[in-house]
Design a protein around this ligand. Structure first.
Ligand code: ADP
Ligand code: MG
Length: 575
């Protein structure tokens, strides 16, 4: 929690002045009943109108000054807490963006969302309360006792007896509720996970008619949360009536003993009223203390969760091994004994991969689903670090690049194409922020989608919905290819991007690449032999192992797996 406070350091002024003004207000509030007692005892009872008015005006001024102080404090606390929250959220997004895919996998995006939103809100609230109440509440409760003793020592003892009774009850309620609040937080996390999974998969869920089951599942999780909340609030609800009960009992005591002492002449009526006021003030302040404990316990839980994100160090870089494959000027990319597993416990997703890819050449990667094709290409932009071996790009280990620098050289068209909400143009500009209109059209042309974009009424400025929902699979695919091409990267990676397209378009795109992207080295992943057949070399993967690396003709002779794939596709074509 303390380490997070450094994000509030910009707001030192507010952090000091806020509580200071609140303290001023508390002092004024503490003196109000005292002046009221004077007003009654010396003004009203002795029919001294001038004195009554004078005291009345004092009280009015004190209230107004108090109000101004509260407003100033509130203002500072809003600035500081909102600023603190914003700062934290920005830093967290920065940190998450540094994570490799491995760290994001291990957190899960649902909990990262909760941490960046509701947990940080909780911390923001805690800071606001810290400024507004942490000094005021204890000050008021202790101040009330002192004032009570000052008015009448014997009556002050009623206060001293009330406090432990009330504290004991408070303690028992808190002891029960605090752990329950922690549970509630976990359940909110779970609910978020379920909701985000459902919403992202809503189309599939509907397609499989799993809606009822899903709604049921959601209902269970949400009932669970409601139950947990119920348990907590049932207990917390005890707090108010108990306080009021204790408050009324102590007022009875004050009235009873106060009455006796007024009769014997030790006390005056106004002073009794003042005592009642102090009692109320003290108990209300204690309730605030109790609420603060709840807020801070929740904030502690949130702080831990936020800190966990900040303390996660992005993966340690593996040390490069010595070059074993011959390297020359013409080589762009080299895999040297690369092995990789997603988690420590899982088996190897890739094992001992070795190849050199020359500049301006094309590498095809083929293999059954699950053979590690997508995994392999995610290692090149260093989304994940290798467990063993080295990947060299331009004779430099990809681990030693600054991430942004490395990814400038590479453009990937992912297997699952994603477009972002905005326009076609804004999506293309993600590939190259300063691209001209001409470059946009050129990229669209190479990706074989110029015609369809031009047929839209708004052309380049046609709206794209979130996730590109207003386009078909093939259209999305071609637009994400265009987004990669416009970057004119040194290395273009297409992960099964052509298989959603018909053979004709697939061919046209490959031709355009060959003719117009002469400075680009291309990796094409495909299930179709026809897409990779013309590549200079083809890497054949099976169960994460490299079972062939050669040209099409030679692979036909020396790789059984490749021959099997080719034969199976020939049969299908005959059908
Ligand atoms: P391909 O692209 O050839 O179909 P992938 O590279 O996607 O295959 O997957 C290779 C293996 O790695 C599969 O067994 C898959 O279950 C596993 N895998 C893929 N992504 C992850 C991930 N994020 N976490 C853990 N395992 C994964
Ligand atoms: Mg894949």
């Amino acid at each position: 929690m303390l380490s997070l406070m450094s994000y509030a350091s910009k707001y030192k002024k507010q952090l000091i002045l806020g509580p200071f003004f609140k303290l001023l207000e508390a002092i004024l509030e503490l003196f109000l009943p005292f002046y009221m007692a004077k007003l009654i005892d010396q003004g009203i009872r002795q029919n001294d109108l001038a004195y009554t008015i004078k005291m009345g005006i004092y009280m009015l001024i004190m209230s107004i000054v108090g109000l101004i102080c509260v407003m100033i404090c509130q203002y500072y606390s809003s600035i500081a807490s909102q600023g603190f929250g914003t700062e934290l959220r920005n830093e967290m997004m920065k940190k998450i963006n540094q994570f490799s895919h491995r760290e994001i996998d291990s957190f899960g995006s649902a909990t990262l969302i909760t941490r960046a939103t509701s947990d940080i809100n909780q911390l923001q609230l805690a800071l606001a309360m810290l400024i507004r109440l942490v000094i005021r509440a204890p000050f008021l409760s202790i101040g009330s006792i002192i004032m009570a003793f000052y008015i009448d020592t014997q009556m002050g003892f009623i206060f001293l007896i009330t406090i432990p009774v009330f504290s004991l009850i408070l303690f028992f309620i808190m002891k029960k509720t605090v752990p329950l609040y922690k549970k509630v937080q976990q359940k909110i996390d779970h609910l978020n996970l379920v909701v985000s999974e459902n919403l992202s998969g809503v189309r599939v869920i509907r397609a499989f008619s799993k809606k009822e089951k899903d709604v049921e599942n959601f209902g269970e999780v949400s009932d669970d949360l409601a139950q947990a909340y119920n348990n907590v609030t049932n207990l917390s609800a005890l707090l108010s009536p108990t306080t009021i009960l204790i408050m009324n009992f102590s007022i009875i005591f004050i009235l009873y003993f106060g009455g006796i002492r007024v009769n014997t002449g030790y006390l005056q009526t106004g002073q009794v009223l003042a005592l009642i006021n102090y009692m109320t003030q003290m108990l209300l302040a204690l309730i605030v203390v109790a609420n603060l404990v709840v807020i801070f316990t929740r904030a502690f839980a949130s702080a831990n969760r936020v800190e966990e994100v900040f303390q996660t160090q992005p993966e340690i870089e593996t040390t490069p091994i010595e070059n074993e494959l011959p390297w020359n000027e013409e080589t762009l990319l080299s895999f040297q004994h690369v092995s990789f597993k997603y988690t420590e416990k899982s088996g190897y997703a890739l094992e001992d991969i070795n190849f050199n890819l020359k500049k301006n050449q094309t590498l095809g990667i083929i293999g059954p689903t699950g053979s590690g094709k997508s995994t392999l290409i995610q290692l090149i932009p260093h989304f994940y670090s290798t467990n063993e071996g080295t990947i060299l790009l331009n004779n430099q280990s990809v681990n030693s690049f600054k991430t942004g620098q490395l990814r400038q050289h590479i453009a990937t068209v992912p297997q699952k194409s994603t477009l972002f909400s905005g326009t076609i143009r804004s999506n293309l500009l993600l590939g190259k922020p300063d691209a001209t209109e001409e470059e946009c059209y050129e990229a669209l042309d190479m990706a074989q989608c110029l015609e369809f974009v031009m047929s839209l009424p708004d052309k380049l400025d046609s709206e794209v919905f979130a996730n590109g929902k207003n386009f078909s699979g093939g259209q999305k695919q071609r637009l994400s290819i265009a987004r990669a091409l416009i970057k004119r990267p040194d290395l273009l990676i297409m992960d099964d991007s052509l298989s959603a397209l018909d053979y004709q378009t697939d061919l046209l795109i490959r031709q355009a690449l060959k003719e117009k992207m002469t400075k680009t080295t291309v990796i094409i992943i495909s299930q179709r032999v026809s897409s990779v057949k013309n590549a200079d070399n083809i890497l054949v993967l099976k169960n994460g192992k490299q079972v062939g690396y050669d040209s099409h003709e030679r692979l036909l002779g020396n790789s059984r797996t490749y021959r099997d794939i080719v034969n199976s596709q020939k049969e299908r074509e005959v059908e």
